[in-house]
Design a protein around this ligand. Structure first.
Ligand SMILES: [Zn+2]
Length: 467
């Protein structure tokens, strides 16, 4: 017995605790609460000493850091009592079968194996990606007590597969043990991850890669600034960014990235900042949105660029600048992008024309409020547009091509006011009204607390780099 225990310890014993034991569960909860309190106080102390300008220093080194809860396993191990079960973890490997996975978990239980094979819910285990964790609780006879695996989810919560031995049926007689499988929703630990960096000669996406910014977070950043920055034309070497986003973890394992909560971009020495805010913490179905740090909505009547800015389009020979002629000669701006790149309506409006026109090739013309109109030319195709149809800002209306007078695939974009073409790149982003009154007070209380926490994170990071 003891020699086998030692062997199990040496191999992969992680936690010795019986989750079905009410006493254990209570002590575990107390322990977690105690550690949580210490953590919160630590945060408060860090905020108190954070220099106010720490977050504003654009020359600070690029860092990656996250707030993590301390690992509770050491403490939990001390809760060992007799007749404990063993909790083990294994990673899903490519080519795993039920038998190989259970074997790695130290489970020798033909009944459990048969159950997993025959139960549709339990077979969800094999939808896991290689590398994902499976936790099993095993009794002293190497029989399965329970098994858990994270089936994925969003940043806030996970879908967790639970397979467990059902009640006392096994203890009763020598009858076949019964198992149950279910999928439950569990809350994740949500961390703030902060990344920062600078745009160098390699361009925007290279900078994002160098700073390890995940693709889904990059996409959010582009979208947040789509009213004020044209990523095709405006981004230059020397620009800097800092971004804070949510990442969901369950049992210390990454589940999924969530929303960008704050982001800043220094573009041509001009500071752009945005943070996510939902009035009343999102209560009563209040919609969240991105705001500048002083409480103006980031949503503008027109996007700065009609062409989806993606890894694909930016990879086009690094040509991020207008193709040919200056704007005065041809009354529009050209966006070089591969054929098929998505073209988006820059503002809410109505389709005035869809079809072919001399020189323009395939063209969509949208009519907007206040005498504004936008033209999208040389398209390779339309996204099912019909005259009179309403379109929303950001909606895909067609695809980049080179129909009409075009020497290569690009989008010719015009922005007109009462039929007079204006240079879309020269139009200052139309400002939106700021929050006022109690809504503004609430916003400022939220944003200052959030920025304090970011400052605390930052101070910690700089300290750890210097050590
Ligand atoms: Zn053109």
């Amino acid at each position: 017995m003891w020699s086998r225990l030692r062997e199990v310890f040496a191999r992969e014993l992680v936690v010795l605790v019986d989750p079905t034991n009410a006493l254990h569960a209570r002590r575990r909860k107390q322990l977690t609460a105690a550690v949580g309190t210490v953590f919160t106080l630590g945060m408060a102390a860090a905020m108190g000493v954070a220099p106010r300008n720490a977050y504003d220093d654009p020359l600070a080194p690029r860092i990656r850091e996250a707030i993590r809860l301390p690992d509770l396993r050491d403490q939990l191990e001390q809760l060992t009592e007799t007749d404990a079960t063993f909790v083990r973890e294994a990673r899903m490997l490519r080519g795993d079968t039920i038998a190989t996975l259970l074997k790695r978990l130290g489970i020798d239980d033909p009944d459990a194996q048969a159950f997993i094979r025959g139960n549709a819910t339990a077979r969800g285990l094999f939808a896991l990606e290689p590398g994902q964790n499976v936790q099993a609780e095993v009794d002293q006879d190497n029989l399965l007590v329970s098994l858990q695996a994270n089936l994925g989810g969003d940043a806030q919560s996970s879908r967790e597969l639970v397979i467990e031995r059902a009640g006392d049926e096994r203890a009763g007689d020598a009858a076949t043990p019964a198992y149950k499988a279910r999928v439950q929703s569990v809350k994740n630990d949500v961390h703030y991850e902060m990344l920062s960096g600078a745009i160098a000669a390699g361009g925007f996406f290279k900078a994002m890669d160098d700073a390890d910014v995940p693709d889904d977070v990059v996409a959010q950043m582009i979208s947040i600034f789509s009213g004020v920055i044209d990523f095709h034309h405006d981004i230059t070497a020397g620009d800097r960014f800092r971004i804070v986003y949510e990442a969901g973890y369950r049992d210390a394992a990454f589940v999924r990235n969530g929303r960008v909560v704050a982001v800043e971009l220094i573009n041509h020495n001009q500071l752009h900042q945005a943070l996510w805010y939902a009035p009343d913490g999102g209560a009563q179905g209040a919609q969240g949105a991105y705001y500048t740090f002083d409480g103006r909505s980031m949503k503008r009547p027109f996007l700065r660029s009609p062409v989806e800015f993606s890894r694909v389009s930016s990879g086009f020979g690094g040509r991020n600048h207008p193709l040919h002629h200056n704007w005065a000669q041809h009354k529009g701006v050209d966006f070089a992008a591969p054929t098929g790149t998505k073209v988006m309506a820059t503002g809410d409006g109505e389709v005035e024309f869809v079809g072919q026109q001399n020189g323009y090739g395939n063209i969509v013309i949208l009519r907007h409020h206040s005498g504004y109109a936008t033209y999208y030319a040389h398209l390779s195709g339309f996204a099912g547009m019909q005259r009179g149809q309403h379109v929303s800002q950001g909606q895909v209306i067609g695809y980049v091509g080179q129909t009409g007078w075009a020497t290569g695939p690009h989008l010719h974009y015009e922005f007109r006011v009462n039929d007079v073409p204006l240079n879309p790149l020269a139009i200052a982003a139309l400002d939106t009204p700021a929050l006022t009154g109690p809504a503004r007070q609430q916003f400022l209380a939220y944003s200052s607390e959030l920025l304090s926490r970011i400052n605390a994170l930052r101070t910690y990071n700089v300290a750890s780099i210097n050590n």
